[in-house]
Write a protein that binds this ligand. Structure first.
Ligand SMILES: [Zn+2]
Length: 644
């Protein structure tokens, strides 16, 4: 689509659908029921969008005609203020209507991915979206060709005034727009420059040879990336160690090819940066959202200044797990608290989330209640349903949430997280015109993470039992280890790899893994054993193919933590500023929105505050785990006692 900012559906790029809600395929559970046999009250109600497939088809045909009309508007935008307004409004309409068409088809498809009919609807919607995009190539160049002064005077007219931020954003990047012939050449290069990411995707999804190990039940288990992640949570250390070696050996087999595809992606980014007259790839990536370089370098610097806290966390894990010898990567994910995890019925989860988000105030809580009462949520797993969790908010529908709820605390947190996205979708669409109904990518995970932090903190405040407190605090520390420390570690590598490409350094597997290894060792400290092969991780992170992506996760968490803290302390104005943030959509720049909400990301303060929170939780966990009764069993090659 031609939108300059991601539509709200971008919320699907959650780190893993909730901070720690890793999709753990249940290896032992019974097969889920067919969708038709389940209670419809726990399924989303999409009828407010389209009554049936016929209604969808009628809308599709209407939009086909509208796309044709759009192509015919070429050359008319600059004729008059009225003509400009008409063109902009038609584009907005096409954006939101095609979004509705696609979103419905996607949600129907995800209900049961085995069904062919919704797949076909989705493909038709995609085709129409591509047609719209292809027939829009003239749009921005035509706007840029209109003298700025003329547009400025037009922007004072009724209806057009709302577009001033849109034009500010467009003009801001004018110097990076090239001549028509150069733009044409860049467009022609597109397919060739995507070959490296495509090759990476094919290799890692289909052609890598995964190895088999014995699971704790003595059965053969193929160690694919999802199975690996599940194994990392097993209390059986032998299994974790074998799964670690199996996965990393599979990647090591292909390390030279992986290094070549990664180098290809880094050279792609450098090519476009140079072509568009940016000094570095990072400058180009940040400029897309008008972000200062300090959001990147400041994050890396401030997190590095607090590495000792991560070292302490690793040492605490070693002590709590009674690992007398040493601590490895495969010891980092295990629960530190003994005992089986309790389960939460969905009705209980609903109550916990509504109480947990109460600090955001009645207006916010009203929308969350509505999500439960109006069937915006597709709760349980069924045969063929898409895994994971996401929010799908569009301008012309309520924000829907897909879950695969199984009743763990993680599942309850994921519900709070996705409802955080849903609330932002809702407030943006209620308060903004179609042009600004999404939100800037840099803020995409802030609303969801703030909801998750406030929820967990509220639960923690009401939890007195030491075991339950230790469990919760360990979860929150893991959120931060994986979201702030780990993603900043990745951000450092991302920058280092881009810099190698910009300098023309050789990007062999050995050279890249050496860099990855140095960063790893620095983050995890002296007590951590760098197992052979661990450094191949730097060659398997798909986000490195997305032109600087990972730093957003770490920044979002810290921004959300800073905002959550103000709200939980009931600082004057904090709640109102937060509601204002949610209602802003993308009508302002991300950095301004966050500053006004209480997180000035141009300074180290939000990162420092998040580190302060980490230390506070670490201190308490240290005290709690000193009690022997809470210590986990460290099984080695024994049957798991709290396998989940
Ligand atoms: Zn998310």
């Amino acid at each position: 689509m031609t939108r300059r900012h991601a539509p709200s559906a971008s919320a699907m790029r959650c780190l893993a659908g909730g901070l720690l809600a890793i999709m753990l395929p249940s290896l032992t559970a019974a097969a889920p029921p067919e969708r038709t046999a389940m209670d419809a009250r726990f399924q989303w109600d999409l009828t407010p969008m389209y009554a049936d497939a016929d209604a969808w088809g009628a809308h599709y045909r209407q939009l086909e005609a509208l796309v044709s009309a759009w192509a015919g508007r070429k050359g008319s935008a600059g004729q008059s203020a009225a003509s400009l307004l008409e063109t902009l409004r038609l584009r907005d309409q096409l954006n939101i209507q095609i979004e509705k068409l696609s979103a419905f088809a996607m949600m129907r498809r995800d209900e049961d991915m085995r069904q062919a009919a919704p797949q076909a609807l989705y493909q038709r919607a995609q085709t129409l979206a591509v047609q719209f995009e292809e027939s829009s190539a003239w749009f921005q160049p035509e706007l840029l060709a209109i003298p700025e002064e003329r547009i400025r005077s037009w922007l004072r007219e009724p209806g057009l005034e709302i577009y001033s931020h849109y034009f500010d954003d467009l003009w801001r990047t004018r110097k990076h727009v090239l001549t028509p012939r150069e733009e044409e050449l860049l467009a022609m290069a597109g397919k060739a420059t995507e070959a490296a990411p495509d090759a990476f995707g094919l290799l890692s999804n289909t052609e890598l040879r995964w190895r088999t190990v014995k699971n704790p039940a003595g059965e053969d288990q193929l160690i694919t990336p999802p199975a690996f992640l599940q194994a990392m949570y097993s209390p059986d250390r032998r299994y974790r160690r074998d799964a670690f070696a199996a996965l990393h050996d599979s990647y090591l087999d292909a390390r030279r090819t992986l290094a070549a595809t990664l180098a290809g992606a880094m050279h792609r980014d450098w090519f476009y940066a140079k072509a568009r007259r940016y000094p570095t790839s990072l400058d180009r990536a940040l400029d897309a959202e008008n972000l200062p370089a300090s959001v990147y370098h400041g994050l890396v610097r401030t997190v590095n200044e607090h590495r000792h806290l991560l070292h302490r966390f690793v040492a605490l894990k070693q002590k709590a797990l009674r690992l007398d010898d040493e601590v490895h990567f495969y010891d980092l994910y295990v629960d530190l608290v003994r005992g089986p995890e309790r389960q939460y019925a969905f009705e209980e989860a609903r109550q916990m989330v509504i109480e947990g988000i109460a600090p955001f105030g009645p207006e916010y809580a009203g929308v969350i209640r509505r999500a439960f009462d109006s069937q915006w949520i597709d709760v349980f797993e069924n045969q063929g349903k898409r895994g994971g969790a996401y929010n799908m908010g569009t301008y012309l529908s309520p924000p829907y949430v897909l879950l695969n709820y199984k009743g763990t605390f993680n599942d309850v947190s994921t519900l709070a997280h996705e409802l955080g996205h849903a609330a932002q979708s809702w407030f943006a669409r209620e308060n903004q015109p179609p042009a600004y109904a999404g939100y800037p990518m840099f803020t995409a995970e802030v609303a969801s993470t703030a909801a998750e932090i406030v929820f967990k903190q509220s639960i923690l405040d009401r939890t007195a039992a030491p075991g339950a407190r230790a469990f919760l605090i360990h979860q929150m520390l893991e959120d931060m280890r994986q979201t702030v420390f780990r993603q900043t570690q990745f951000a450092e590598f991302d920058l280092a790899a881009h810099t190698m490409a910009e300098r023309g350094d050789p990007m062999t597997a050995d050279a890249l893994m050496k860099v990855g290894r140095e960063i790893y060792a620095r983050y995890y400290g002296p007590d951590f054993v760098m197992d052979p092969g661990l450094e191949v991780e730097c060659l398997r992170v798909p986000h490195y193919y997305r032109s600087y992506y990972v730093y957003r996760y770490a920044n979002s968490y810290c921004a959300a933590a800073a905002i959550a803290r103000r709200i939980l302390r009931q600082e004057p104005g904090a709640r109102d500023a937060w509601m204002q943030f949610l209602k802003t959509g993308n009508s302002r720049y991300a950095i301004d929105m966050l500053r006004d909400a209480g997180a000035d990301m141009t300074t180290p303060r939000p990162i420092e505050e998040a580190m302060g929170l980490f230390k506070q939780w670490l201190d308490e966990l240290d005290r709690l785990l000193a009690d022997e009764a809470l210590a986990p069993a460290n099984t080695e090659g024994q049957a798991a006692e709290n396998q989940r």
